[in-house]
Every structure is written in structure tokens, then in C-alpha cells.
Design a protein around this ligand. Structure first.
Ligand code: FAD
Length: 458
């Protein structure tokens, strides 16, 4: 008689969960995936810019939840690197991490991503150019699927897996419990299900739930960090020499005043600035499409400063949330300011923005970011804009737009071993929910890694 309902239960159908399922599907194991959100075709954000202009706080956010996870409507940039995107390599080794990211890329290419471009920093002149200007270019190969192709890949993967794996959508897992004779039970509103092995891959949207599970099962966690900054938008020609060759360049600057690291993040050549709603807090992000007709004349990227608190204040995410709330209070959402207005110490107005040469791709409230961002962070961002101006002249133009605030929240890091297994045998925590990964490629690679580990045990 079968001891468990499933050999493996995966919680969360983001990239971590999907690539785990994909790999486990090559075996005879019975596998179920429980996901809070909808199946891919039912994922729809009600904001249409006309009837619904801003977030109405859906029970589950279609942008962050459902098949494809937070990455479903993302730009689909798979960065193959250990330089950023998480610290997976610290657990599984640098070589394995890269090999798994390449393997995920291969899956994507076989499932709808073929024909998309792979960019690379290797052998380019930009590394030296950055060093000459007190900047450091991080090494990476970047597969840019684009929001549209990324969706096609997810659709194809789901069609392949839909009959092989049992999918439970709109089924948030409430608790995980350890069974007396080994294995786990997973409680949902649709019932209690048991399994031999449990892979938890709940991403950023599941961060609070994850902390609760760790407390309940007494799995140790480490404190987290938060990244705070702005999204920069400028004429795409200013960065075209970098974006044409590299697509995404991750550049780090060490500030002279405070010796803080400021870094570029999520570069969207000819893309659009968008809002993001995390637990009712509106922050800014960026997209870009592969299709020519959806491209804009602007490039956007974030400039972020990491803050890590330990003692006596440990709530780095709470700090980030407070700053985002302040910008929401002053601007009713996202604030936009011309760089020229910021350095002159004056707010931007509708008129000043309209007279500027950079046409905003997001309708945000003109205001003053210096009333929102702490001086230390703002000074770092201004210093970096002048440093970037040396490698991409025009970055520090008066009409460069800064949107605030951009906040990257991170999950607490869950203590796991080299198999991404917690102190409880058979309970694995992967992807962004583990605090170890912060990207599509690292989250996906962690999924394949754990699936292969489980397959080795049978
Ligand atoms: C707008 C946007 C753009 C992005 N662009 C990029 C990019 O270009 N490149 C890049 O590398 N990264 C990007 N990211 C980040 C990337 O999407 C994440 O790093 C990645 O999705 C993490 O994968 P994951 O599987 O760990 O988690 P997620 O993708 O967050 O998936 C977790 C899933 O678990 C589900 N879940 C949560 N709690 C429960 C529960 N209790 N029970 C059941 N299910 C649950 C959630 O509904 C969710 O679907 C972007 C993120 C956003 C929001």
C-alpha cells in the first residue's frame, strides 16, 4: 500500500517550482504542485488604465502569483552568472550553479525561447572602460526572452507537464507538519495531503508565510537585507552602446563619501517604467518587450543601495517599507523628478516634466525625492549618476527622469545545507523564498538541483 499521497509535493509554481517539477517529471515519482494563484491563462491584473487605474488589492496578486510566479510577466532576463542574482553558488558550488543555469537556458530554448538573443560581457571593451571611471562591470551572459517569449515558454512547459504532474491552483498551503513516521503533511483548504519529500518554493510573495513555517518547524533563519533607490529613465541612445552589446549591464560604484556600493539593476533597453504593488505599497519597476512594436524610445534601470540591519534593529524590510510608504504618502504612488530639479534642490512639476526632453513612460506624480530618500542613499545615487555620465555621456542630463522609490525586498535566509535541505530530512527550501536566490536563473537552477538530489536518493 502507498504510504503517502505523493512522493514529492512542491509548494509554489514559480520558476523554482516549475523547473523542479520539470526535472522530476523525467522519473516515475508521483508529484503534486500547490499554488496560491491561478493557472497561467487565468492570471490577469485588473488594472487596465481606464476603469481600474490602480491596485484594488486582489486576494492573490496576479502579477506575483500563479503559474510562472513573479517571473511570469517579467522581462525574462536569465542572467547566467554567480556575480549577482543570489548566492546559490555558496551552497552548491560555482561550477554546478553555472552548469544548471545553462541547462535551464537549454530547456527554455527547446520550449519556445529559440531565436532569442544571448548577450555577454566576455571579451568586451566595457570592463576596462568602467574601471577607468571608478565603476565595476559584473560579468554575465544574459538571455533576454522578453515578456512575450517568456510567456510562451511558460505556456509550453505547462502543456508538457499538465498531465504528468498534479496541479492544484488557487490552493495556498496553510501549514506544513512533520509526520511521526517520516514524511510531511501539507494542509490546504482543499484538504490535507501527505508526501515523502517536500520542496518549498514560495518566492517573495510567500516571504511572511515562509518565516511562519520556519518558526513552526524550528528551522533557523538569518536576517535579511533591503535594496532602496530609484528607477532612472533616459533616451535609449545614451546607453545604446552598452545595451546593444550587453543588453543588461550590472555596474557597481563605490561612493566616495560613505563608501557604499550603488549598483545598476534590471536594465530595460527601450522599455517602460511600471508600478509594482507589494502588500499595498506601490513601488516602481521596469519592463521591456522583445517585439519591435512594443519598444519605446527610452531605456530604464534601477540604481540601488543595499541596507542590512542587524542589532538592535533587524527589520531591514520594515525600513524599506517605511520609505516606500513615505513616497506613497507624498505622491499618492510613485514620484517622478528630473535629475536637474533634484540637484538644484527643487521639486519637479507637471510643467517642468512636460517641457523636458525625456517623455516619461509612466504617469507618476512630479515631486521631490529628497523629501523621501535618506540623504546617504540619495547622495550615493547622485554620485553614481555623475560616474555613469563618464561612460554614457548624457546620463547626468537635466532631463533624465528619476522615479521613486524602487525597493527590492529580500526574504529571510533559511538555513539549509549543500543540498538545500533544512535540518529536517526531505524538507527542501529553494528559490527566492529561501533567501538564497533573487533571480529567475538562480531560482530555476535551485529547482533542478533539488530535483536531481531527490532522484539520486531513489
Ligand atoms: C516585475 C518583475 C520583473 C522581474 N524581472 C526579472 C528579470 O528580468 N530577471 C530576473 O532574473 N528576475 C526578475 N524578477 C525576479 C524573478 O521573477 C524572481 O526572482 C523569480 O520569479 C523567483 O522565482 P521563485 O520560484 O523563487 O518565486 P516566485 O516566482 O515568486 O514564485 C513563488 C510562487 O509561490 C506561490 N506561493 C507563495 N506562497 C504560497 C503558499 N503558501 N502556498 C502555495 N503557493 C504559494 C506564489 O503564488 C508564487 O506563484 C522580476 C520580478 C518582478 C516582480
Amino acid at each position: 500500500m502507498k504510504k503517502f499521497d505523493y512522493d514529492v509535493i512542491i509548494i509554489g509554481a514559480g520558476p523554482g517550482g516549475i523547473y523542479s517539477a520539470y526535472e522530476l517529471a523525467q522519473s516515475d515519482l508521483s508529484v503534486a504542485v500547490f499554488e496560491s494563484g491561478n493557472s497561467l491563462e487565468k492570471r490577469r491584473c485588473p488594472i487596465d488604465g481606464e476603469k481600474v487605474k490602480s491596485c484594488i488589492g486582489c486576494k492573490t496578486c496576479s502579477i506575483m502569483s500563479g503559474f510562472g510566479g513573479a517571473g511570469a510577466f517579467s522581462d525574462g532576463k536569465y542572467n547566467i552568472t554567480n556575480d549577482f542574482g543570489g548566492s546559490l553558488y555558496e551552497h552548491i558550488g560555482s561550477k554546478t550553479a553555472i552548469q544548471l543555469m545553462e541547462y535551464v537556458d537549454q530547456i527554455n530554448m527547446e520550449n519556445g525561447g529559440e531565436g532569442t538573443k544571448m548577450y555577454s560581457t566576455a571579451g568586451t571593451r566595457f570592463g576596462k572602460m568602467c574601471l577607468e571611471n571608478k565603476l565595476k562591470l559584473l560579468n554575465a551572459s544574459v538571455r533576454h526572452l522578453g515578456t512575450d517569449k517568456n510567456y510562451v515558454v511558460l505556456q509550453t512547459l505547462y502543456n508538457k507537464l499538465k498531465d504528468r504532474i498534479k496541479w492544484y491552483f488557487n490552493t495556498p498551503v496553510i501549514t506544513i507538519d512533520i509526520l511521526e513516521d517520516g514524511g510531511y503533511s501539507v494542509t490546504t483548504k482543499k484538504g490535507v495531503f501527505t508526501c515523502d519529500k517536500c520542496i518549498v518554493s514560495v518566492g517573495r510573495s510567500g516571504s511572511k508565510w515562509m518565516s511562519g513555517v520556519c518558526e513552526h518547524l524550528q528551522v533557523p533563519t538569518l536576517s535579511n537585507r533591503v535594496d532602496i533607490g530609484v528607477r532612472v529613465e533616459l533616451d535609449s541612445q545614451i546607453f545604446s552602446h552598452l545595451t546593444d552589446e550587453l543588453y543588461e549591464s550590472k555596474i557597481v560604484y563605490r561612493t566616495e563619501k560613505f563608501e557604499d556600493n550603488v549598483r545598476t539593476f534590471c536594465m530595460n533597453p527601450r522599455g517602460s517604467v511600471v508600478t509594482e504593488n507589494t502588500n499595498g505599497i506601490v513601488t516602481v519597476n521596469g519592463h521591456s518587450y522583445e517585439a519591435e512594436e512594443l519598444k519605446t524610445n527610452n531605456t530604464n534601470f534601477a540604481l540601488l543601495v543595499s541596507k542590512h540591519f542587524s542589532e538592535p534593529f533587524k527589520d531591514s524590510n520594515g525600513y524599506g517599507e517605511s520609505i516606500a510608504r513615505l513616497s506613497n504618502m507624498l505622491g499618492g504612488g510613485v514620484i517622478v523628478q528630473r535629475f536637474g530639479d533634484l540637484v538644484r534642490g527643487r521639486r519637479s512639476t507637471v510643467k517642468r516634466i512636460a517641457e523636458g526632453r525625456t517623455v516619461p513612460t509612466l504617469s507618476a506624480t512630479p515631486g521631490d525625492l529628497s523629501l523621501v530618500l535618506p540623504k546617504r542613499i540619495l547622495d550615493g545615487i547622485i554620485e553614481m549618476i555623475y560616474a555613469l555620465d563618464k561612460i554614457a555621456p548624457g546620463t547626468a542630463n537635466d532631463d533624465t527622469l528619476l522615479y521613486g522609490v524602487e525597493v527590492k525586498f529580500y526574504n529571510v535566509e533559511v538555513e539549509t545545507d549543500e543540498n538545500l535541505e533544512t535540518k529536517h530530512k526531505g524538507l527542501y527550501v529553494i528559490g527566492d523564498g529561501s533567501g538564497v536566490t533573487h533571480s529567475l536563473s538562480h531560482a530555476s537552477a535551485s529547482g533542478v538541483y533539488v530535483a536531481r538530489h531527490i532522484l539520486k536518493l531513489i
